[in-house]
Unconditional design. Structure first.
Length: 294
């Protein structure tokens, strides 16, 4: 069977029917794909079987049904438990189970030792976004490039796709890097709302101002990337590190006046102070990236 034929007929197996796995299954079924499903709790397969999926009694039976096998399980350990003793020779294994870069690289070696091609994925979406083109959902993929090319059309059904390289760990790394940035943003948002919480300022009226401001500040991402790539941290600086460290005193004093803990801000501020103390006051804040490296 040619790769083009695989793209056209697109039969596949999905192991794992939690909230995300179920959303993926529904999208493939809605698009007319021949889908075999398996889940440890068998009752979760029933709504999908009613919608046209083929149930498998065991993981081994599900894997045997199709060349393309997608994993959407609880964690990396669940993969070992689910596929213990299962013949993977000749299979195309796509792992959408959340993992770290190191786990993805180890899993690629594990798959190759069992005669399977491997692709790792990082889903940048929540279940309600899956199968909704206008939601902006997408999945990072990394690993065997020929495997991604062979199944690109099928993989693009539930969400957009972004292939980020042959290194199997790159999808997980991109995923976690973006989620880490999101976590930092959430910390800033929480601090901002805490500052106004006890004042006569309605959170719903403040929210548009906050969202607009955060959006306007995204230019700094591109500037930092340019500085990191060029190594010129003092390039196109608007407010240098010395000015920003001095300004931190106002942020901390305001938090104190408002009765708000500064604990979400101080770790970053301490890095800024360390960089300043090392003589980099004319730079942007980009240099803190180097301080984070261990």
């Amino acid at each position: 069977m040619t790769d083009n034929a695989l793209e056209t007929t697109a039969p596949l197996t999905l192991l794992g029917l939690g909230a995300m796995g179920t959303a993926l299954a529904q999208a493939w079924l809605a698009a007319g794909h021949d889908l075999t499903v398996w889940n440890r709790t068998r009752s979760r397969t029933e709504p999908l079987v009613a919608a046209g999926a083929k149930p498998a009694a065991t993981a081994a039976e599900a894997v045997a049904a199709n060349r393309l096998v997608v994993l959407c399980l609880l964690d990396d350990t669940s993969i070992d438990e689910t596929l213990a003793g299962v013949d993977l020779a000749g299979k195309d294994l796509v792992n959408l189970t959340t993992s770290t870069p190191a786990q993805a690289r180890a899993r690629a070696e594990w798959a190759a030792a069992r005669g399977a091609r491997f692709l790792d994925g990082g889903i940048m979406a929540v279940p309600p976004m899956i199968g909704v083109p206008e939601s902006g959902a997408y999945v990072f993929y990394s690993g065997a490039g020929e495997l991604f090319a062979a199944h690109a059309r099928t993989l693009a059904v539930p969400a957009g796709t972004k292939f980020v390289g042959e290194d199997p760990g790159f999808a997980a790394l991109h995923d976690v890097a973006l989620l880490s940035a999101m976590t930092g943003m959430f910390a800033g948002v929480a601090h901002a709302f805490a500052l106004i919480r006890e004042e006569d300022i309605a959170p719903k009226e403040f929210a548009p101002l906050l969202a607009e401001w955060l959006g306007a500040m995204t230019f700094s991402v591109h500037k930092a990337a340019d500085q990191l790539q060029s190594g010129e941290y003092a390039k196109e600086v608007v407010s240098n590190l010395a000015m920003q460290v001095a300004g931190n005193a106002t942020l901390l004093r305001t938090a104190d006046e408002q009765g708000v803990s500064p604990e979400l801000l101080t770790p970053y501020m301490e890095l800024m102070e360390r960089r300043l103390a090392a003589g980099h006051g004319d730079e942007d804040t980009t240099g803190v990236v180097d301080l984070l490296r261990r």
